[in-house]
Design a binder for this molecule. Sequence first.
Ligand SMILES: Cc1ncc(COP(=O)(O)O)c(C=O)c1O
Length: 394
Amino acid sequence: MTKLSSLNRRDWLRASGFLATGLAGLSRWNPTLAETGSNPLATNLAFKREFYQASPPETMPKLRARLMANENPYGISPKAREALIKAVDIGNRYAWMEFGQLAKLIGDKEGVQRKHMMFSPGSSDILMAAAACYTKDKGTILTCRPTYEDLLERSQKFGAKIEAVPLNAAYEYDLDAMKAKIGPDTKMVYLVNPNNPTGTIVNPQKLEAFIREVAPKVPVFLDEAYIDFLAPNERPNTGKLVAEGLNVIVARTFSKIHAFAGLRLGYGMGQPETIKALEQYTNNDFGVSITTLMAGIASYQDEEWQNYCRNENAKARDYTAKALKGMGYEVIPSFANFMLFPIKMKTKAFEAQMWASGIAIQTRDFNGQPWCRVSIGTQTEMEIFVEGFKKIVG
Ligand SMILES: Cc1ncc(COP(=O)(O)O)c(C=O)c1O
């Protein structure tokens, strides 16, 4: 795991010339969204469908490195697998009392109670519920860009405006600039930590101070999808802020370190009245299957597996960053299971050539610059990525 203190982003940025150019020209990143018709809830699904079904299956090259969706390449914990298989036998029952077991584990770790929690199939449902709930009276959602667009796209579809300030020169959320933008129309602040697509984090003390100052005025939504990639002692203690009564909503997912992207499990923490309000916009606990839930309970307790995945991710991430630097590329130091770096080719051509050689990645255009966002796969996948990248960029 890269140590927080060992990073010098300023040097990196100076060397790469980004401080000189600044972020003034930062344009809003907008994924190539499919036309989704009038149903605002369809936005996310349509985007994902478009992304994965870009080519008919028979024309798809054999995927050698699946590095486009920030998935966990190591799979679920062996203990989760065992629990999942065992739970097949109770698949005839609604998951009901079993939520209490997971709630107890989360409560013990985070210092919150059952009334502060909600469960969902992945955290996407919580993002969607917040978008629906906090845009009832239209208004503005405040954030930094580039960031994860789901909640923002949905809020817009529900009629809200998005006020996005650029990330700071180190590609981190700019808390001061955000604070300056809070006004009577601001319905919610959305903050992704670690941020997607940059992989950068907000300093934990600064984040806590920000929440203490802002949450009494406007709800703060913290999207912590990638928080488990930080060592436990490097994470901000956001559960404590919920327990204290601050108006902060924390969204967590099992999709990343727990490798449940396909199994689907997530949870939210917030004030009891907020949780009740958000639950009006979800299927509540009914969205989570008993098999997934039982596997989640096992996975949550399997710290050995989480540590293994975190360490393997850090090793493969370091390897990739070094290899790219060796080729003269500057990489934004990442705290998550993906990294972003500027490329010297047009995004579409780059993506298509990588895809044709069996390597799936994502690209972005912002700040007048094409970027590659590559998820961190296994060491073998990253070697395939580096070799493929070398061939394509020459
Ligand atoms: C920042 C962020 N938040 C939330 C999600 C939603 O993931 P899931 O619904 O699988 O929990 C993702 C998915 O990649 C993400 O990157």
